[in-house]
Design a protein around this ligand. Structure first.
Ligand code: AHR
Length: 491
C-alpha cells in the first residue's frame, strides 16, 4: 500500500440529494445534432419510431438522462414554435441563421416531446426571448399544457396530442448577454421579470423558470440577476466550456493532443469548481435557503474543427480526455448538489462533447456516453462527503471523486485518475455503515488519447475493475492512467 492515497467516505454524514436532472443533455438544431443525428424521418430506411432513430432511442434510454434541453442554444432565440407544429409537409422552411443551412422544421414540438417520452427524460424548453414576445412564449405553454377547451389546447389535439404534456422546466432565453440579444444584465433582468410573469403554470403543470445566466466568471451578471430578479427565479443558468487553450480563437486540437494539452483541458474543466463556489456565494447572499437552482445547462469540451470529422458544424471526436472531463464535471455537480440541481452536457448527438456519434447506419457510443452510464446510479441518491488530502501538482489533483448512498444503503463511488500516464492507488476508509462487498467497472483506453470512432467503435468500453480489495472497512483500488471507474459497495 506504499504511496496510496488515503481518503474517507463519510457514510455517517449524508448530505443533500443528487437530483437526476444533474445527468442531463442538450439537443440543438445545429450541424447534424437533430437532423440525421436524432431524426431521420418516417420514410427513412433506417429503423425509426415516428422518424426518430430507434438505435439512438435505445442508447439514450439506457442512460436514464434526467432532462433534455431543446431547441437551443443560440438557435432558441430565433425559433418560432408555430413553425414546428401541424402536418410536416406544410411546415415552413426557414434559414438556420445562427448555425447555417436550412431548417425544415420537420422536428418540432410534438417530435421533441415524443423523444423525451421514448427515452424517459424530462423536457427542458428554451423560450425565444431575443426575437420573440412574451405572448408567443405564453401561447406555447398553453398549447403544450392546457387541459381546457381553448383554441390552442384544441389545436394541439387536432395535431395528434390529446392529453396535455407536462413542461417542468422553461429557460427564459439563452445567453442573453450574447447570441440571445447582446443585452446588459440590468436590461435582461427586467425582461426576465416580464417574460416570467407570463410563463404561467396551467392545468396542474408546474413550470420552473430558469433565467439565462452567466458565461464563465461573469459574476456581475449573477449579482445583477439575483439583486433585480432573485425573487422571480426558480433557476439561474451557467455556461462553461472546457477549451484546451482557454481561448475562443484557437481552442486546441481534438485528436493527436500532447500531454500538456491533456492537462490544460482538465484544468479548464476543474475551473467549474471555482465557478460553482463563486456564483453560489453570490446566490447565497440573496437566497440563503438555496431556493434558486444553479443550472449548468451547457458544459463540456469544445475543440477546433478536426479534419477527421465530417458530421457537420461543431462535430468533434471523443476520447478518454472527454471521459475524464465528464467525470470531473459530474463529480463536481454531485459535490455541490445542494445548489446545482440541473445540468446539461453540450450536446447529445454529433455536436461538441457528444454522447453518441451517428452516421448512416452506424451509432458509436463515445467514452463520454460510458461515463454517464457508470455515474447514472448517483441519480436520486444522497451525497456522501469524501474527505482527505488529494495530492497532485497544483492545480491538477491526482483524482476526482464523489460518493453517494442509494435508498437500499448501497454506496456508489465514482473516481477518475487525472494523470495521463501514471496509475494511482487509493484506499477508501468507509466510515459509518458496515458494507460487505465491492465491485467495480473501469473505463480506460490504451493511452490517454484513445477514443471511439466509426472505424474503431469499441476501443473504450467499460470492463470489470480488477484487483479491488475490501477488508475491515477499507476499499483499496488501483486505477490505470487516464481512467474513470465506478465502484459499488453493498451491505
Ligand atoms: O452549444 C453550442 C452553443 O454554445 C450554444 O448554442 C450556445 O448557447 C453556446 O454559445
Amino acid at each position: 500500500n506504499e504511496g496510496a492515497m488515503e481518503l474517507t467516505i463519510r457514510g455517517d454524514l449524508p448530505g443533500s440529494s443528487i437530483q437526476p436532472e444533474i445527468y442531463g443533455a442538450f439537443a440543438e438544431h445545429l450541424g447534424s445534432g437533430v437532423y440525421d443525428g436524432l431524426w431521420v424521418g418516417k420514410k427513412s430506411p433506417i429503423k425509426n419510431v415516428g422518424g426518430i432513430r430507434s438505435d439512438v432511442i435505445d442508447a439514450l434510454k439506457a442512460l436514464h438522462l434526467g432532462v433534455l434541453r431543446w431547441p437551443g442554444g443560440c438557435f432558441a432565440d430565433q425559433y418560432h414554435w408555430r413553425d414546428g407544429i401541424g402536418p410536416q409537409e406544410s411546415r415552413p422552411k426557414r434559414l438556420n441563421v445562427i448555425w447555417g443551412g436550412e431548417e425544415s422544421n420537420e422536428f418540432g414540438t410534438h417530435e421533441f416531446f415524443k423523444l423525451c417520452d421514448l427515452i424517459g427524460a424530462k423536457p427542458y424548453l428554451a423560450a425565444n426571448v431575443g426575437s420573440g414576445t412574451p405572448m408567443e412564449m405564453r401561447d406555447w405553454l398553453e398549447y403544450l399544457t392546457s387541459d381546457s377547451n381553448s383554441a390552442l389546447a384544441n389545436e394541439r389535439r387536432q395535431n395528434g396530442q390529446a392529453s396535455p404534456w407536462k413542461v417542468p422546466y422553461l429557460g427564459i432565453g439563452n445567453e442573453s448577454w450574447g447570441c440571445g440579444g447582446n443585452m446588459r444584465a440590468e436590461y435582461y433582468a427586467d425582461l426576465y421579470r416580464q417574460f416570467a410573469t407570463f410563463a404561467q403554470s396551467l392545468s396542474g403543470n408546474h413550470v420552473s423558470k430558469i433565467a439565462s445566466g452567466s458565461s464563465d466568471d461573469d459574476y456581475n451578471w449573477t449579482e445583477t440577476l439575483m439583486r433585480q430578479a432573485g425573487g422571480h427565479l426558480d433557476g439561474l443558468s451557467l455556461h462553461h466550456y472546457s477549451l484546451p487553450t482557454g481561448q475562443w480563437g484557437t481552442k486546441g486540437r481534438a485528436t493527436g493532443f500532447s500531454e500538456k494539452e491533456w492537462y490544460d483541458t482538465l484544468r479548464q474543466a476543474l475551473l467549474m469548481e471555482t465557478l460553482i463556489q463563486r456564483h453560489g456565494a453570490i446566490m447565497d447572499k440573496y437566497d440563503a435557503k438555496k431556493r434558486v437552482n444553479l443550472v449548468v445547462d451547457e458544459w463540456g469540451t469544445w475543440y477546433d474543427p478536426d479534419p477527421s470529422m465530417k458530421l457537420g458544424a461543431l462535430s468533434q471526436p471523443n476520447t478518454m480526455r472527454d471521459a475524464v472531463v465528464a467525470a470531473i464535471n459530474l463529480n463536481l455537480f454531485n459535490q455541490h448538489c445542494d445548489r446545482v440541481r440541473m445540468a446539461c452536457m453540450a450536446q447529445s448527438v454529433n455536436v461538441l462533447q457528444s454522447l453518441l456519434l451517428v452516421k448512416g447506419n452506424q451509432v458509436v457510443k463515445t467514452p463520454t456516453y460510458y461515463v454517464f452510464d457508470l455515474f447514472k446510479q448517483h441519480e436520486g441518491s444522497t451525497l456522501l462527503p469524501v474527505e482527505g488530502q488529494v495530492p497532485g501538482a497544483d492545480p491538477i489533483p491526482n483524482v476526482s471523486v464523489s460518493a453517494s448512498k442509494d435508498a437500499s444503503g448501497s454506496i456508489l463511488v465514482t473516481i477518475a485518475n487525472l494523470n495521463a500516464t501514471q496509475p494511482v492507488r487509493v484506499n477508501f476508509h468507509v466510515a459509518g455503515p458496515s458494507m460487505k462487498s465491492a465491485t467495480g467497472q473501469l473505463l480506460a483506453g490504451d493511452t490517454f488519447r484513445t477514443g471511439n470512432d466509426f472505424n474503431n467503435p469499441n476501443a473504450v468500453v467499460p470492463r470489470p475493475l480488477t484487483g479491488l480489495s475490501f477488508k475491515e472497512g477499507v476499499l483499496a483500488c488501483d486505477l490505470p492512467a487516464a481512467s474513470v471507474a465506478a465502484i459499488r459497495l453493498e451491505k
